[in-house]
Design a protein around this ligand. Structure first.
Ligand code: URP
Ligand code: ZN
Ligand code: ZN
Length: 463
């Protein structure tokens, strides 16, 4: 059904103006000062956005939905994760394919694609996780890039003995990435140092979730970013450090960017909203706040905001990785290294960033859109997403900056049994969310056609 959005304040990465937007056949087809509803087809739905912002649909560049990990499997599927995303204003997400160590890349791609197809209500793409690396894998990686619309890889410098990639393979993969114009995203923490630190702490009887952060301190992450940047410099590959958490890692990234390394930096909303003390709570409550890299000392927050504002950090995602408190996180009751890592936030990301960033004056509205949508579209080749322009996909968020609400596990769409932001009072909410012109959420409720999301094929753009 055609859609006319009238009287909204349109915010993109570089513009701020009032206009009407007309959408037909899944795209934005007109943006004009005034569009007369009487001149449009009879079945056009008209929405008055007076007093509201109109943002491009937000993009989450880092989510886990299907995630067999640390002896268990994440709680969401694409049905629940995409509903949560949409209600929170996210219209496209990029999921990490995390293959088993011996799994062929094609089999992993088919497995992850099979879980999303017909289930996701928002549009989606994948970063191809590379764990196995031999001649078969090399061939299949090339095929997946060429024929299946995947334009980014994912590697883990962490998780020794599970997802971790060796230096030899990292060098080879980056060389292939350079040749194909594919960007490589990386979890940057030194796996060997973490394993040694974990061993030492456990031997000392330090088993609770509060020891997760000391087992992977900021230098471990800074070394990871430095490591990735060095390999990118040597190969000429374009790389992207995911979920960057602290000043030490940011400093390494800034130095690499300054010497011309093609390095982009992501952070994720838990690292702006939460800190190390959350993982230090009694009665094993801290386990809800175990993710990697870990939540840090609050002093790091200023460095993150400054890096966001200055452009050292390009994107804010979630690293949504939903594991229940009961039955999953408690697998690590006597040993913090067995707590499945992850803090779910796919529904809360946009509102948290709006509250902590825009409402406090730390970032302006254009930066907000840039880091939560536009930059991800540009870096990852989502060419019709991330902006409001004629010809772009009609992925739009009509945002009420004054709506007040309280976060609660009882109203979340994710299937996980807790909410890390329980009881937080926020101002601002997505009132209407469209994905390719279809209204998918209204007033905080999912109202769309389930499973309507499309796999968005991407072309390599990092030559
Ligand atoms: O804690 C995290 N980040 N969990 C998900 C796996 C990963 O490292 O991205
Ligand atoms: Zn990670
Ligand atoms: Zn992740």
């Amino acid at each position: 059904m055609p859609l006319l959005i009238k009287n909204g304040r349109i915010i993109t990465a570089d513009a701020d103006y009032h206009a009407d937007i007309y959408c037909a056949s899944e795209q934005i087809t007109r943006i004009e000062e005034t569009i007369d509803a009487g001149s449009l087809p009879d079945d056009t739905e008209v929405i008055d956005a007076c007093g509201k912002y109109v943002f491009p649909g937000f993009i989450d560049p880092h989510v886990h939905v299907h995630l067999p990990f640390m002896g268990t499997s994440a709680k969401d599927d694409h049905e629940s994760a995409s509903r949560a995303a949409i209600v929170g204003g996210t219209t496209t997400y990029i999921e990490m394919i995390c293959p088993a160590p011996d799994q062929e890349p094609m089999s992993a791609f088919n497995e992850w694609q099979g879980k999303a197809q017909g289930q996701s209500s928002c549009d989606y793409s994948f970063h191809l996780g590379v764990v196995r690396f031999d001649d078969i894998a090399r061939d299949q990686i090339r095929t997946i890039v060429r024929d299946y619309g995947i334009a980014s890889f994912k590697v883990f410098l962490a998780y020794k003995g599970a997802l971790n990639i060796s230096d030899e393979n990292l060098f080879d993969l980056l060389t292939i990435g350079k040749e194909l114009g594919v960007i490589t995203t990386a979890h940057c923490e030194n796996a060997t140092a973490i394993a040694a630190m974990q061993h030492k702490l456990l031997k000392e009887g330090k088993t609770g979730p509060e020891w997760h952060e000391p087992s992977r301190p900021v230098r471990v992450e800074a070394e990871g970013v430095h490591h990735l940047a060095t390999f990118a410099e040597l190969t000429g590959a374009h790389v992207y450090a995911v979920h960057t958490s602290c000043a030490a890692a940011i400093n390494e990234a800034r130095a690499a960017q300054a010497r011309g390394v093609k390095l982009w930096v992501e952070s994720v909303i838990p690292h702006f909203a939460l800190d190390k003390t959350h993982a230090e709570q009694d009665n094993f409550e801290g386990a809800k706040y175990v993710m990697s890299p870990p939540l840090r000392d609050r002093e790091n927050h200023d460095a993150l905001w400054a890096a966001l504002y200055s452009g050292v950090i390009s994107t804010i995602g979630t690293d949504h990785a939903p594991f229940d408190f009961k039955g999953q996180k408690d697998m690590g009751k006597d040993n913090f290294t067995l707590i499945p890592n992850g803090i779910p936030s796919i529904q809360e990301r946009v509102d948290l960033l709006y509250n902590l960033g825009v409402r406090t004056g730390r970032i302006d509205l254009n930066t907000f859109v840039r880091v939560a949508s536009t930059n991800a579209a540009q870096i990852f080749g989502l060419t019709n997403k991330g902006t409001i322009a004629v010809g772009a996909d009609a992925d739009l968020v009509i945002y009420d900056p004054d709506h007040e609400h309280r976060i609660s596990v009882t109203t979340q769409e994710s299937r996980v049994d807790y909410n890390a932001f329980e009881g937080w009072d926020l101002t601002g909410r997505a009132e209407v969310v469209t994905v390719r012109g279809s209204i998918m959420a209204r007033a905080g409720r999912f109202v769309g056609e389930p499973g309507r999301g499309m796999h968005i094929k991407r072309q390599p753009n990092h030559f």
